[in-house]
Design a binder for this molecule. Structure first.
Ligand code: KG4
Ligand code: ZN
Length: 339
């Protein structure tokens, strides 16, 4: 069906219910969201326990587990929302970026539902969905500067409107979540490292180590040098003597202050006093603390609830509703890297 007529069909209905599916990495998720903001259901089946024993996500296992869980998760999301599939305005699925085999499961499930129930299908960009998590259960709206920090991506985005986003800067090497996971592994913490490192850091002294801050121009970031510096420090200790909590706190301090500095630079230079956090690492306690403290300095700061920071399908539904980076074609293909 042509894109225009599909859009007309969606826009002709007053209340729009989007049923979304997300399987880009290791969470099988489905959600039902009303008018882009009101979450009617949000079901996430995590595979963490399965991947934990390998210390990271194994793509083939992730895809197989998505296949096992997808129908159960879809039915649970429908039931919890108290709707029938015929009430759905459109079905949405994450097209990428992510693990191709994993993405295929959720995207094809969303396409199949759209064919069975004769409703439009919307392919969503995962990064855009993380940004849109800020609209869930809130009246937050553009324009704002968004710091997107996830396991695979780190971007500073100028969100001009619901459909106009401009990337101001991004990481030149590791993503913030990746740096957290790698440092956590050096400290012997279990996968996923980010939350474990966050917890440990709260018991350490952030002044213990002065790790280097990358000197990157503009709005770009770099975290691989920091990771190497932490690795060198770890090597100077025996396993028993390793001051894990102090290293974690010092690492978290430099990461959070670098992220804040660049974000404030973007907000000030673009004259936008509204800042939002997005992505799994936005659940981090120190990063939230430092950012929300800026409310005393004339900034409005927003972050999604914890459950909408890490991967979920409610954010995918919101992105489908607000309509940036979406494709209303059944032939939309999965993609692994950002585009
Ligand atoms: O957005 P997300 O769920 O998946 C991707 O799209 O990548 O982000 C996952 C990342 C992982 O690297 C995980 O360690 C990190 O978010 N993360 C955290 C925290 N919670 C999740 N990192 C630091 N502190 C946390 N509290
Ligand atoms: Zn994500």
């Amino acid at each position: 069906m042509a894109q225009k007529s599909l859009l007309r069909r969606i826009h002709s209905m007053k209340d729009r219910i989007i049923f979304a599916i997300e399987t880009s990495c290791d969470e099988t998720a489905a959600a039902v969201v009303l008018n882009g903001r009101k979450v009617l259901s949000n079901v996430v089946a995590s595979q963490i326990d399965i991947h934990k024993k390998y210390g990271g996500v194994i793509p083939e296992i992730a895809a197989r587990k998505h296949l096992e869980s997808i129908n159960i998760v879809i039915e649970e999301a429908r039931e919890k929302a108290g709707i029938e599939m015929k009430d759905v305005t459109a079905f949405a699925g994450t097209a990428g970026p992510g693990l191709v085999g994993a993405l295929l499961v959720g995207l094809n499930a969303a396409k199949a539902l759209s064919l069975v129930y004769d409703k439009p299908f919307i392919g969503v960009n995962h990064l855009n969905a993380h940004v849109c998590a800020n609209y869930l259960e809130s009246s937050f709206e553009p324009p704002f500067i968004c710091l997107l920090i996830s396991g695979g991506h780190t971007q500073l985005i100028r969100v001009n409107s619901y459909t106009d986003q401009q990337i101001l800067g991004e990481t030149r090497d590791d993503a913030v979540g990746e740096a957290y996971d790698k440092v956590a592994r050096l400290l012997g913490l279990p996968y996923p490292g980010g939350p474990a490192l966050d917890k440990l850091a709260q018991t350490g002294n952030k002044e213990s180590f002065k790790f280097p801050e990358a000197n990157v121009s503009g709005y770009d970031f770099s975290f691989s040098g920091l990771k190497t510096a932490v690795m060198r420090t770890c090597k100077t200790y025996t396993e028993q003597d390793l001051p894990k909590a102090d290293i974690a706190a010092s690492f978290q301090e430099i990461v959070s202050s670098t992220l804040l500095k660049k974000t404030l630079k973007a907000a000030n230079e673009n004259n936008i006093k509204k800042i939002a956090l997005a992505g799994g690492v936005a659940a981090n306690s120190e990063i939230r603390k430092k950012f929300f403290a800026q409310e005393n300095n004339g900034f409005t700061v927003h972050a999604p609830e914890f459950k909408y920071c890490t991967d979920n399908a409610a954010m995918v539904a919101s992105a489908a509703y607000f309509g940036s980076n979406i494709t209303h074609e059944l032939n939309v293909e999965v993609f692994s890297r950002k585009k």
